[in-house]
Design a protein around this ligand. Structure first.
Ligand code: C2E
Ligand code: MG
Ligand code: MG
Ligand code: MG
Length: 286
């Protein structure tokens, strides 16, 4: 009986694999098509200043909906694109979309907000990364001053010398630089000081339990103090509750990003959100 049971499990195992390999094949095919056809879009999530609750920036997040696969999460297709090298043309597509978004905002608004772009480690460590970025920005007549780049600890720690050289170049071009998902890698802040960074984004995994687990709060407190001493501003990621906002404000955090204020949204909605936010600020003053 045990043997039979074992066999069944074995069969199940193969069934799962079959489904998975089918999905991978489909994903691979559809992703290649999407890259050729520029089938991606960007959503934008506001970054809110804790000082006066104004919107001071926006993060671009890639979105992909496919006829056959439906909505596919970046958590699924980005790692796959990184494994296969497809991330390089995909990232170039993201840069172009971000430039297009910036040009639209420039037409529609007096003050344009800086757009933050997420950078894949694979893309960043290509030898022609800087040249490609320059070329795209020149083609769109966009200035790096209006953009930020988000890189993870792991990205900059991998091949440090190459990273420092590139980060200095990007900084000199005018980009603001952020460390994304801070706390999930293995680096220390004292180590990160060798890179020319402007912002530190504390990962959601710390923020999530900040009001319930004392240790998490202590870590966030320490990160904020130290980042400030090192002349970096701090953004808390994944803030969902008012209690978290209050606590982060008390701890001296500079900026907030999270569902509490707004989810990532298409550009049209984002522009409407900005209008709503300005009206709300006026109402609050009354
Ligand atoms: P990330 O850069 O750390 O982005 C933050 C993620 O958290 C986004 O997920 C965002 O939608 C989500 N988020 C924001 N606020 C909240 C909140 O309050 N609660 C919760 N639960 N989640 C929140 P998304 O868009 O699925 O992206 C996931 C990751 O995929 C990103 O993490 C980034 O590493 C990567 N990614 C997204 N877009 C791009 C891109 O254009 N290029 C590259 N290379 N990577 C990207
Ligand atoms: Mg990010
Ligand atoms: Mg992050
Ligand atoms: Mg993340």
């Amino acid at each position: 009986y045990a043997k039979q049971n074992g066999r069944n499990q074995f069969a199940f195992y193969f069934d799962d694999l079959k489904i998975d390999s089918k999905r991978v094949l489909l994903l691979d095919n559809e992703l290649r098509k999407a890259i050729k056809q520029n089938d991606f879009t960007l959503n934008f999530q506001p970054k809110i200043s804790l000082e006066d609750e104004t919107v001071i920036g926006m993060e671009a997040l890639i979105r992909w909906t496919n006829d056959q696969l439906g909505f596919v999460s970046p958590a699924e297709f980005i790692p796959y694109a990184e494994e296969t090298g497809l991330i390089i043309p995909m990232s170039e597509c993201v840069f172009r979309l971000a430039c297009e978004a910036h040009l639209r905002l420039r037409e529609e608004m007096d003050n344009v907000l800086p757009i933050a772009i997420n950078i894949s480690s694979i893309h960043f460590h290509q030898s022609d990364f800087i040249d490609t970025v320059k070329m795209i920005f020149e083609a769109y007549n966009c200035s790096p001053q209006d953009f930020e780049l988000e890189l993870t600890e792991r990205t900059v720690m991998n091949n440090e010398r190459d990273s420092i050289r590139k980060l200095v170049q990007l900084k000199n071009m005018g980009f603001k630089l952020s460390i994304d998902d801070f706390g999930t890698g293995y680096s220390s802040l004292s180590y990160l000081v060798q890179f020319p960074l402007d912002y530190l984004k504390i990962d959601r995994s710390f923020i999530q339990y900040i009001t319930s687990i004392a240790d998490k709060q202590a870590v966030v407190d320490a990160i904020i103090q130290m980042a400030h001493r090192l002349h970096m501003k701090v953004i808390a990621e994944g803030v969902e509750q008012k209690d978290q906002v209050k606590l982060l404000e008390k701890l001296g955090c500079d900026m907030i990003q999270g569902y509490y204020y707004a989810k990532p949204m298409p550009l049209d909605e984002f522009v409407a959100f900005l209008e709503f936010w300005k009206l709300k600020a006026r109402e609050d003053l009354k």
